[in-house]
Design a protein around this ligand. Sequence first.
Ligand code: SF4
Length: 375
Amino acid sequence: MPGLSMPLTSYIQDAELLPLAEKLQRGERLSFEDGMLLYRSPDLTGIAAMAHSVRLARHGRKAYFVTSRRLSYTNVCYTHCQFCAFQAHQEDPKAYVLSVEDIVRELENPENLGVRELHMTAGHHPKLKIDYFESLFRTIKTHFPDIHLKVFTMVEIDFYARNSGISVEEFLDRCIAAGLESCPGGGAEIFDSEIRKQICVGKKDADTWLKVAELCHQKGLPTNCTMLYGHIEEPHHRVDHLLRLRDLQDRTHGFLAYIPLAYQNEDNELSRTHHILPATGTQDLREIAVARLLLDNIDHIKAYWVMITPGLAQIGLSYGADDLDGTIVSEEIAHQAGAKTPPGLSRQEITRLILDAGFEPVERDNLYNTYPVEP
Ligand code: SF4
């Protein structure tokens, strides 16, 4: 549905949704109860039409992507997230820590030519401190000045500041001075404290995540934001999570994009202790649409193909998403938890996905500066 040729209300079959469409047309903000209705209504087509109309008003038919590289500098972690299949303890044969030289060597690999964004998130290694990150960022920016450094979940920042014996403020100041330019949005999971206790024992709470994000924004460091869905949470937990992100964005305007992350149910403790079926396609699409409708102050909504498949992400462009994330080469964390998608896509593959869905591919960097799409 690249364009809407009829009045918005003519796409809506569930009469309960009509007041929401009218609110949107008046430019009014949707409420918590509206969010609950968006999760309850069987009329996904009507919800998609509303989300798509918001998306078209903001971005027209543009669909963004970035040429990006993923690296996790260590998988060593002693936090206990029951959904994680990536972490290792130091004595584990699969444990690793990348040195600064390892990372530079990896980036010199010809497959990384043209990379605009280096996205790094990793475990909470008890031996890594601020000096490792300062040296890493300075070295990368010296060798690859054009690569944008997007590093750390909010909980990594909190952990490595404490591990270094310094405040979060000082940790951020020193990392920014060394070359840190933005942060991914991970580690948010679900903000509700009861659910959080069951899926990520020992991980810092919602207030910490939000406080660190606020500090980043105050220091001019933009971040993304996320939510992990499709495990043991209920719709009211999701609405609460999204509205807490919206509240923070009202104060700081520091979130660049929101990414709904589908829980992957393989090889992790949560999948062994709970019978959790994978999210269905309509659930994935609804998450994108609800986010577009509730997060009226966050510019970009991503359809993250790594977790929902490239084909469904392509459809997500008609459910409110305006961004397919990036080429990514090569993702580890979701794949170790069971993601069946390829470890990366070429620029040509992403461009084709966008064109075939009826949208206009736009290559961007992490700050949404745009570049002509190379054939
Ligand atoms: S999700 Fe991150 S913080 Fe949690 S156990 Fe895995 S690596 Fe550690």
